[in-house]
Design a binder for this molecule. Structure first.
Ligand code: NI
Length: 180
């Protein structure tokens, strides 16, 4: 299980619609294991395959509150929202590909999601609260959509501007280390 580098916004790979997985094979299981390692290391509560540069419909989540609850890892292949509530919920969201930026996003409060698990078995799960927010955020990633796409254009441009600056600083810092 390896930590894979997380792509940072803006990156064209984060704007692509990902391809469905035909068979849950060893390659997909390795991807899932690496994604869990990468997500827990970050740390984060969700990660989608395009965030590690793999344009396939795979995501991992663990919305357990680490101090109080046991880990609750969920891996989804080809997830699809099959039902969503009329009730909406506003939750502050962040993203491992847009670090240090947090904004309120309104989404359906409950969703039912059909997916294939890491063993290749069809599953369906009812999501509520933080899990509902997280699963919708991660499925959006598989469709090339980021949480900042829900914000107004001004706010989105400001965040993208700050991210460009941070990426430049990070690249410069890396260059220095490599020379040392
Ligand atoms: Ni994200």
């Amino acid at each position: 299980m390896a930590i894979r580098p997380i792509l940072l916004h803006p990156d064209p790979r984060l704007k692509k619609r990902c391809e469905p997985v035909e068979t849950v094979d060893e390659e997909i299981r390795t991807l899932i294991a690496d994604m869990f390692t990468t997500m827990y290391d970050a740390p984060g509560i969700g990660l989608a395959a395009p965030q590690v540069g793999v344009l396939r419909r795979v995501l991992v989540m663990d919305c357990a509150k680490s101090d109080e609850e046991d880990p609750a890892p969920i891996a989804m292949v080809n997830p699809e929202v099959v039902w969503e509530s009329d009730d909406l919920n506003v939750h502050e969201e962040g993203c491992l590909s847009i670090p240090e930026e947090f904004n309120d996003v309104e989404r359906p409060a409950q969703v039912r999601v059909a997916y294939t698990d890491a063993e290749g078995t069809a599953q369906e799960i009812e999501c509520d609260g933080l899990l509902a927010t997280c699963v919708q955020h991660e499925i959006d990633h598989l469709n090339g959509k980021l949480f900042i796409d829900y914000l107004g254009p001004m706010k989105r441009q400001m965040i993208t501007g700050r991210m460009k600056k941070r990426k430049k600083e990070k690249a410069a810092a890396k260059g220095t280390t490599a020379k040392a």
